[in-house]
Write a protein that binds this ligand. Sequence first.
Ligand code: G3P
Ligand code: CA
Length: 286
Amino acid sequence: MKRIVTVLAGVGIAMSSFAGTAAAEQVELSSIVSKQEQQKMINVAHRGASGHAPENTMAAFHKGFEMKADYIEIDVQMTKDGELVAIHDTTVDRTTNGTGAVGSLTFEEIRKLDAGSWFGTEFAGEQVPTFEEILDAFRGKIGILIELKAPELYPGIEEKVAEALIERNLHHPNNEKIIIQSFNHESMKTSKELLPNVPHGVLAGASWADVTDEQLDEFAAYADYFNPNMNIVTHDLVSDVHDSGMRIYPYTSRSQEQALRLFDLGVDGIITDYTEHVYKHPVKNS
Ligand code: G3P
Ligand code: CA
């Protein structure tokens, strides 16, 4: 199966390398199987459809929904006065017209900021959304991959996230498609204790290229996903993650070539800024 998907990646080469009917059949077969592979691939709109709209705004999340991603990925942090908000950096400087650390600003201060103009004038006036707004707008419509961003800066954020999910009965997410992930693995252990029925993931940067089977087994004790930097993904890593009982959604694909490489490596999902590189005809819950 994986070999045939490779044929898709190199379809131009395949067409020129085979002769006559056999070549045509080979290409046709590869197209069919590749389409089936793509149907199974989980498509995660990174920070929303952030190739098309300003990351972590409602515009980006709506775009991801419109583009029929399976999940939107959101970065959750906490304001000075305890409001959960979606923003990637630990300061507001890059993605808004303000300055300062997220945790040093009140929600009222953050809410006044323009989180869209930096991306394009047509997005002027986009605000930093709250976690609860996102849940209320998208629950049951699209999966939500919740990243706790730098939770070590925000003591108690795991409890706040759990409360928001429990209030909405999203802590039994079999049909609601909620996943929580973080680079902070201790935070994930804490969160899993609070939300034992919610799938959790460990994010793994490039320094985890040589992760051992023992380490994967330790992760699998509380996590359902091992989501690594795409540059460290190999066939062996995918196989080892699967052997540990976890699934693997690498981040962050930003080109068609990167997405095709990840298809070929047999990952379960792809976290991408460009939903259109992954999406074909997703089959939910298959
Ligand atoms: O979903 C994983 C990915 O978002 C992790 O990297 O920096 O984009 O939050 P980052
Ligand atoms: Ca993220």
